[in-house]
Structure formats: structure tokens, C-alpha cells
Design a protein around this ligand. Structure first.
Ligand code: KIV
Ligand code: ZN
Length: 533
């Protein structure tokens, strides 16, 4: 059982709007940044790094606007170890309810020599001065150690001690170039915790880049070593190969609580929505195989896997798709899929097949799969429709998309009629009602149905037959609708001829597939999610 206390809470510091935006081509407008900040705030991100105010006026304005609108998260602004940068960050953060200044400097020999052109003593002095200066504006000051993983450990410890004395409450250990390995990073964090006086009073943060594809692994290994803040971005957006991805860190901790007993404050059901928002805004397409939020993250094609997840989702899924806001387990139909999955897919689309029909459907499906890379729901629907016409299978039945719930006809003195029609559409529980008048009860019914389910098809012909069943006379109605491309034939029966007409008309409409309003899981979702482990 998860024990959720402050001691084992890992703070999530999102830097999509700062490091993420530094990714070439990911520039965002103010309005787009506000949309992203809003979802980060709602999903429970602890700290939003909103930008680098000294970098541009646009960044300054964005940090200020986010500071004004963010309700729960702490808003953070980045600053170099310079008073001017810090003043600008503080000014941008003024309206924030909770604010943090993140001041950083490089500490590796390579960076100090070639980038900063400063000797270690000058870096030491800059650390002390920048943190002390930032503390004039807010209590919450983070010291960022750029290129920490390529720095001299003794020097790093000396600087960390000075930073704590100067007033930093978070020490951010950055693997700026994505160079470290999980076991090395873990040792570094343990070393700092063991060697730096006063480190128990502050929080260690980690900021990992993904140059070797290790950003998530390094971050999680640091958490196990005692880091209680992780810096990350939605979809792993960021400089070069990107940053550690927020969704991976959060779901890694949640899914493997057994091995890493830490929790975050993130409402994970927002993860898919946040990923799509960032992808749409930046134009950075999420690869289909991206962990947690890729379109294939919960998709199964092979027959063996499909059979497994149909029997028990846990066989091939370690995360419930609903937990990350995804639509559900998807059975992707392709040449590796089996008969069992085809039956389930057909049923999701509204078709129940008897054994003969299924055998025929499976044969045709395999032939199609050999000639086509991706088999869509539309393809499967068409295949089922063809089989309806050719295979006589008593148990073969197509679920109706539109159903007539009730019908009332009022006939006027002048022989015109008013119809009050209530329909259920797409399997939704709520119904829809419309009134219409017409020259006959049937034309009034058609007008009312057209209001509820707009369509272009015109009535081509109607035939009414009376049939007697044990003194109970039933009317059987056959209608034909046409729209120039395909004729739709419908049949309906009942003791009331008007109801029989309405049923026949709706039955004809049901021969066409209403993909836009369909409830038949055309997103590939599955009701089996309720059996999630
Ligand atoms: O990667 C990095 O070192 C950074 C710093 C600003 C923390 O982004
Ligand atoms: Zn970075």
C-alpha cells in the first residue's frame, strides 16, 4: 500500500516552457504558453519554470502573464548568476502567488574555461553573490549547477555548501549534456547527501538531458538515491535530444511504487491531454512508440498479444490506459491478428457474428490484411456489410445505431399530421425528440427524423403489407432510400402502422454507418478496461 507523506513526495518541476522552448523550432506564443501553463497547473505540477526573462521581452511577458494566472503551482523564472538577470526575473515574477528564482552557473572545468572564462574562485564568488541577491526578492531560491556531472566532485561539494549558506533551498544537479549513467548519477547524489554540511535542510533536484536516451533512468536513479525534485518536460521536449519526460517520470514512480516508494502530486489522467496540447502547439509529433503517450502505447496487433489482453489486460499492459487519460486498450487489426480479436472488434463496431459468418469474415480479413498495411474500423465495417449480404447465418445480427424510442401522431382536421418522434442515437443513454408536420403521418415522421439525424437520402419507395399473427395484425413496411450512390433498404413491423413506418425508415438509415456520432468505440476503445489490474 502506498504511503503518501511529505518525506516521500517527489516534486515535479516542469520546464516545458523554458528548456522545452529552447528546443529548435519549438517557439511558442504567449497565448500558447498560457494554455500549457494552465494544464500544468491543473494537473498538479509543483513548480512551473515559465521562462528566462532576461533572454527576451517575449520571455519576460510570458513569465509575468503566467505569474498572474497560475493558481496553485509555484512559478519559477530562470536567471544566470548575474544581478541584472536576477532583477529581471524578480520583476517578471512580481504578480505570482508562489514564486521561485532559479539562478544557475556552470561548474565543470570545460565550461568554466571555455564558456564562462572564469576561474573556480570567481565561480564560487558568483554563486554566493547571485543566491544572496535573489534572496532579496523571494525565500524560494534554487541554485542550478550546469554541467554538474562533469564537474570536480570536491569543488561541487564546496559550492553546494556555500550555496546553502547563501540561502538556496533547492540545489539542482544538472546532467546538462546527458552524459552520466544511472549508477554514476546515483553515487553523485549520495555523495552530496553524505558530504555537504546542511544538505539535509535543502532539497536536491535533478535535471537530466536525453543525449544517450538515459534521462528518465538517470532521474529515477537519483530519486532512489535521495533527490526529491525532478525537472522534466511534457513529451521530453528540450535542448537537443530533450529533457527527461514528465509522463515517464510520473508513471515510472506510480507504476513501480513497489521498488521506488515515492509519489508525486500529479493527476495522471491529464497526461495524454497535456502531451497532445504540447504536440499540437509546437508541431513536434509524438512518435507512435513513445512511452505512456504515444499512439501505440496501448495498441496490440499480434494475435498472441490480442488474445492475452482480451483475457486479461494485465498480460501485456502494465498501465491502465484510463489512468493516463488515454481512450483505452486498442486492438489494431492487421495480418498478425487472430480470429478472437476480429470477433471482439466486430462486436465493438456493432456486429455479432455466428460461427459461419465469422469464419467467412476471418478468411476475407486475412486476404485484406495481406494486401493492406493498416486495416481500419471502416474496412472491417465494410467487410461485415458484405458478409451480411452473402452469408446466411442465423445468429448474425447488426446492432442498430439509431433506434425509435417513441412516436406520437396527431391527425389534423385537414388530414395533415403532426409527428412527435423520439430517437436514441449511437447507443447514448439520452434521447432526442423532434416535432414536424406533413401531408401524411409518414411524411411528418420523415421530417421529424430528418431534424434529428440530418441526411440527404430521399424516399424512393414504400410498401406496406398486413400480416396476421394469431389475430394480432402486424404491418410490415419496406422502404427504399437513395442518395444517388447507394440505395438503402429498410424493414420495420408492428401493430401500429406508423411505428412500423418509422422503424423501417430508421432501419434503412442504419444501413449506412454514422462514424462521426457512432458510439461503437471507433476510437478503438474497449469496454474491457474495467477488468484492469
Ligand atoms: O541543462 C541545464 O544545465 C539547464 C540549466 C539551466 C539547469 O537547463
Ligand atoms: Zn537543461
Amino acid at each position: 500500500m502506498a504511503i503518501l507523506s511529505e518525506e516521500n513526495k517527489v516534486l515535479i518541476f516542469d520546464t516545458t516552457l523554458r528548456d522545452g522552448e529552447q528546443c529548435p523550432g519549438a517557439t511558442m506564443t504567449l497565448n500558447e504558453k498560457l494554455q500549457i501553463a494552465d494544464i500544468l497547473d491543473r494537473m498538479g505540477v509543483d513548480i512551473i519554470e515559465a521562462g528566462f526573462p532576461m533572454a527576451s521581452n517575449g520571455d519576460f511577458e510570458a513569465v509575468r502573464a503566467i505569474a498572474q494566472t497560475t493558481k496553485n503551482s509555484t512559478v519559477c523564472a530562470l536567471a544566470r548568476a548575474s544581478r541584472k538577470d536576477i532583477d529581471r526575473a524578480a520583476e517578471a515574477l512580481e504578480p505570482a502567488t508562489r514564486k521561485r528564482i532559479h539562478t544557475f552557473i556552470s561548474t565543470s572545468p570545460l565550461h568554466m574555461k571555455y564558456k564562462l572564462q572564469m576561474d573556480p574562485d570567481a565561480v564560487y564568488a558568483a554563486v554566493v553573490d547571485s543566491i544572496s541577491h535573489a534572496r532579496n526578492f523571494c525565500d524560494d531560491v534554487e541554485w542550478g549547477v550546469e554541467d554538474a556531472t562533469r564537474s570536480e566532485p570536491d569543488f561541487l561539494c564546496r559550492l553546494a555548501e556555500a550555496a546553502i549558506k547563501a540561502g538556496a533551498s533547492t540545489i539542482n544537479i544538472a546532467d546538462t549534456v546527458g552524459y552520466t549513467l544511472p549508477h554514476e548519477f546515483s553515487s553523485l547524489i549520495k555523495d552530496l547527501l553524505r558530504r555537504v554540511p546542511g544538505i539535509d535542510k535543502v532539497r536536491i533536484s535533478v535535471h537530466c538531458h536525453d543525449d544517450l536516451g538515459l534521462a528518465t533512468a538517470n532521474s529515477l536513479s537519483a530519486v532512489q538515491a535521495g533527490a526529491l525534485q525532478v525537472e522534466c518536460t511534457i513529451n521530453g521536449l528540450g535542448e537537443r535530444a530533450g529533457n527527461a519526460s514528465l509522463e515517464e517520470i510520473v508513471m515510472g514512480l506510480k507504476t513501480r511504487y513497489d521498488a521506488m516508494p515515492y509519489h508525486t502530486g500529479i493527476d495522471t489522467e491529464f497526461l495524454t491531454e497535456a502531451s497532445r496540447l504540447v504536440s499540437n502547439i509546437t508541431g513536434f509529433v509524438v512518435p507512435p512508440n513513445k512511452a505512456i503517450v504515444g499512439s501505440n502505447a496501448f495498441a496490440h496487433e499480434s494475435g498472441i498479444h490480442q488474445h492475452g489482453v482480451i483475457s486479461h489486460r494485465g498480460t501485456y499492459e502494465i498501465i491502465n490506459p484510463k489512468a493516463v487519460g488515454a481512450s483505452g486498450t486498442q486492438l489494431v487489426m492487421g495480418k498478425h491478428s487472430g480470429r478472437h480479436a476480429l470477433r471482439v472488434k466486430l462486436s465493438e463496431l456493432g456486429y455479432t457474428l455466428g460461427e459461419n459468418a465469422l469464419a467467412e469474415a476471418f478468411e476475407r480479413f486475412k486476404a485484406l490484411a495481406d494486401s493492406k498495411k493498416e486495416i481500419s474500423d471502416e474496412d472491417i465495417g465494410s467487410l461485415a456489410e458484405e458478409i451480411i449480404d452473402t452469408v446466411k447465418d442465423a445468429t448474425f445480427k447488426k446492432k442498430e445505431h439509431i433506434g425509435v424510442t417513441s412516436l406520437n401522431i396527431t391527425t389534423m382536421a385537414d388530414a395533415t399530421a403532426e409527428a412527435n418522434v423520439t430517437l436514441s442515437v449511437g447507443g447514448r443513454p439520452e434521447t432526442m425528440t423532434a416535432n414536424a408536420t406533413g401531408e401524411s403521418s409518414f411524411s411528418a415522421i420523415i421530417s421529424a427524423i430528418k431534424q434529428l439525424v440530418p441526411h440527404d437520402d430521399e424516399l424512393a419507395f414504400v410498401r406496406l403489407n398486413g400480416l396476421s399473427m394469431n389475430d394480432n395484425t402486424q404491418t410490415k413496411v419496406t422502404v427504399q432510400l437513395g442518395n444517388g450512390t447507394r440505395d438503402l433498404i429498410g424493414e420495420g413491423s408492428g401493430a401500429d402502422p406508423n411505428m412500423a413506418c418509422a422503424r423501417a425508415y430508421v432501419h434503412a438509415l442504419n444501413q449506412r454507418r454514422y462514424d462521426d456520432t457512432s458510439s461503437s468505440n471507433n476510437d478503438g476503445g474497449s469496454s474491457r478496461d474495467s477488468s484492469a489490474s
